[in-house]
Design a protein around this ligand. Structure first.
Ligand SMILES: Cc1cc2nc3c(=O)[nH]c(=O)nc-3n(C[C@H](O)[C@H](O)[C@H](O)COP(=O)(O)O)c2cc1C
Ligand code: SF4
Length: 619
């Protein structure tokens, strides 16, 4: 590329934007879009819908050099089917939509890869069972009971993968990918946790890798001139269940390399792994060492990596150091599909970062269209009202509240050409998020980046934000005539009156006020409400040395949230401090107040009164 014509970001992130050759293909940069179900809007029988195509168009336009299309299951029975709306590729009848997708990707200058995803242990979603090498029950409840795959089925499954690969090439894709991401069929053969076979497909690591080697051979034979990528675990995080060690994972990678695979994509963890792999508690860059190890082991095989590596600057540095060959990025492009373009234009401060909340993935397996915490348009691309267009009639818009809702509204209104004034009672943009970002133990920078994004966009778009301005009826009467529309975006309020009356003023305070530093916490605190707000604050205060008790109203919630509390303790155990967060039912509404007093009279211990200060996070 001519240095003179390079955009500013392409110069500073020169490794990322370096065109490279991959076999006989020229790739325009070293960025690969990591396979990801598109929006969960396929039909129940595996056809890609116009809604999916509209979303895929956004993916095709991200600017990545290689784009991996969502994983399709390869068998007609649906044993490989991981979630209800997974797309299928076991028959030519599915081809027209795949052809459209391959064309979309190529029209945007990308290389098109089709992923084949057989879910194995997590598959058979429409059936009463699933298959895997041996009968090893899943450690989570919501999967189908496993049956042992027969040798005949192994041969058939490999054949179906090869046919699916050939079909992908027929549709116009440049290459294919097989995934063992998160414990799918390939991973279950490789892992000693799920592979207890006594025939040539089980036992030694050489035998456990046989299925993978035969799969690679079959696909390479079916599509000899086209690259094949295999996604393999760098670590399974399944030690608790007797899974593979990291050394074994790399031995399997070496086998794949020896077999002539064209790229290895390094992944982390299984769905059942008791430890986090891609959540917010994993700091960006945490897993890079796995990619570096793979690259060292296989210097001649291209390595793709990007798990929880959302930062293009860090990715560029890794490429410069030779830790991997392609930055494989998924969720950061869900949160901001413009990420690569902004990076190339030197506008990284305008990127809406993925905060690792996992809203997206968690909805997929509940048969819900997935959504993104940061990108409200995700999955709605086909709906005209989600495409921001100039407004037919110009308006003056007032927005009350500069939290995320108010700022999103302001940005959209401004982009449509309206004049916008935002009124904010505090001294800065961000609303309650500012407070929770400060108290977030998972990774403060994630939430802080959201606040920073709104500050940058307000400046860039020329949105007037009047800080330290509380809107009250008097002020409203005085200014409302200046505006055509008013939007109230003042966020949630905790209903303090719904809680037991405090015996003295200042004892019962709102979580928002504590989070934002408006009220100093007392040494001994009771946090009322074990939801996200309550637990985030409780964890943070606990780690700062306060004595904290969390109480929770609903028994059901208590049960559901046990996992969260455990997670909190787990995080604290990992060095932030010791956890002794308690749980107890509270009685927060007025109707229950009498019952609450009765309990007290009967002498039952009421922990909501334990602390010097009660912090309401629900009401
Ligand atoms: C909603 C969602 C769907 C995904 N679907 C697939 C898939 O079909 N096949 C696959 O190999 N990986 C899938 N992944 C994993 C991603 O490709 C990627 O490896 C993972 O999200 C970590 O990278 P990131 O931190 O850039 O998101 C999915 C991830 C998400 C969030
Ligand atoms: S839902 Fe959360 S994890 Fe998923 S892409 Fe959006 S911000 Fe990232």
């Amino acid at each position: 590329m001519n240095q003179m014509t390079r955009k500013p970001g392409e110069k500073s992130l020169n490794h990322l934007f370096q065109p490279v050759e991959w076999g006989r293909f020229k790739v325009k940069n070293r960025i690969k879009y990591g396979a990801c179900c598109v929006s969960n809007y396929n039909t129940r029988d595996g056809f890609i819908t116009p809604r999916e195509l509209a979303r895929t168009k956004v993916i095709a336009e991200t600017g990545c050099g290689i784009i991996t299309n969502q994983g399709a299951y390869p068998d007609p029975e649906g044993l490989g089917k991981a979630y209800f709306r997974q797309v299928a590729i076991f028959d030519d009848k599915f081809l027209p939509q795949f052809e459209m997708i391959a064309r979309m990707i190529k029209d945007n200058g990308g290389m098109a890869i089709q992923q084949i995803l057989h879910a194995g242990r997590y598959g058979g979603i429409d059936l009463g069972y699933c298959i895997q090498p041996s009968i090893v029950p899943q450690t989570l409840p919501h999967f189908r009971p496993p049956r042992e795959i027969t040798k005949e089925q192994i041969r058939q499954t490999i054949k179906e993968h090869a046919e699916a690969a050939a079909r992908s090439i027929k549709a116009g894709f440049d290459g294919t990918e097989v995934t063992s991401f998160m414990g799918y069929l390939l991973a279950t053969f490789n892992s000693k946790f799920t592979n207890k076979r006594t025939d040539e497909y089980g036992g030694s690591i050489e035998n456990r890798g046989r299925f993978m080697r035969e799969l690679i051979d079959a696909i390479k034979q079916a599509t000899p001139d086209h690259p094949l990528v295999v996604r393999l675990n760098g670590t399974e995080l399944m030690d608790k269940w007797g899974g593979n060690s990291e050394d074994e994972c790399f031995e399997l990678m070496e086998q794949a390399g020896r077999c002539g695979v064209d790229m290895i994509s390094v992944t982390v963890g299984w769905q059942e792994a008791p430890k986090s792999s891609i959540g917010r508690d994993i700091p960006p860059g945490h897993w890079n060492y796995l990619a570096a190890r793979a690259k060292k082991l296989l210097p001649d095989t291209p390595v793709a990596f990007g798990v929880r590596l959302p930062d293009p600057i860090m990715a560029n540095e890794c490429l410069a150091e030779g830790q991997f060959d392609f930055w494989e990025v998924c969720r950061p492009l869900l949160a901001d599909p413009e990420l690569i373009h902004k990076a190339s234009e030197g506008r990284l401060n305008e990127v809406k970062r993925c905060i690792g909340s996992l809203n997206c993935l968690s909805r997929l397996f509940r048969d819900l269209p997935y959504t993104c915490t940061m990108n409200p348009a995700l999955g709605h691309e086909i709906e005209p009202e989600y495409n921001v267009k100039p407004a037919a009639v110009h308006k003056n818009v007032m927005i009350v509240g500069a939290g995320p809702a108010g700022m999103e509204c302001a940005i959209t209104a401004k982009r449509r050409g309206h004049d916008v004034v935002v009124f904010e009672r505090s001294e800065r943009i961000g609303g309650s998020l500012v407070g929770y970002a400060t108290h977030d133990l998972a990774h403060k920078d994630d939430l802080k980046s959201v606040v920073a994004y709104y500050e940058v966009m307000a400046k860039k778009l020329g949105i007037e934000v009047r800080l330290n301005t509380e809107i009250n009826p008097k002020l409203m009467r005085g200014i409302l005539h200046q505006f055509d529309a008013a939007v109230v975006a003042t966020g949630v309020r905790i209903d303090m009156l719904a809680l037991p009356a405090p015996e003295a003023p200042g004892i019962l305070v709102s979580a928002q006020d504590v989070a934002l530093g408006r009220v100093p916490p007392a040494r001994k605190l009771v946090v009322i409400g074990g939801g996200k707000v309550g637990l985030t604050l409780a964890e943070s205060l606990k780690s700062s040395g306060y004595e904290v008790t969390v109480i929770e109203r609903e028994k059901e919630n208590c049960r559901r949230r046990n996992a969260v509390v455990e997670m909190a303790s787990y995080r604290l155990d990992r060095g932030v401090g010791n956890s002794d967060l308690h749980q107890q039912s509270s009685h927060p509404d007025r109707q229950r107040r009498r019952h609450h007093c009765r309990r007290q009279r009967r002498g039952k211990k009421d922990r909501s009164r334990d602390g010097d200060r009660r912090v309401a996070s629900s009401g």
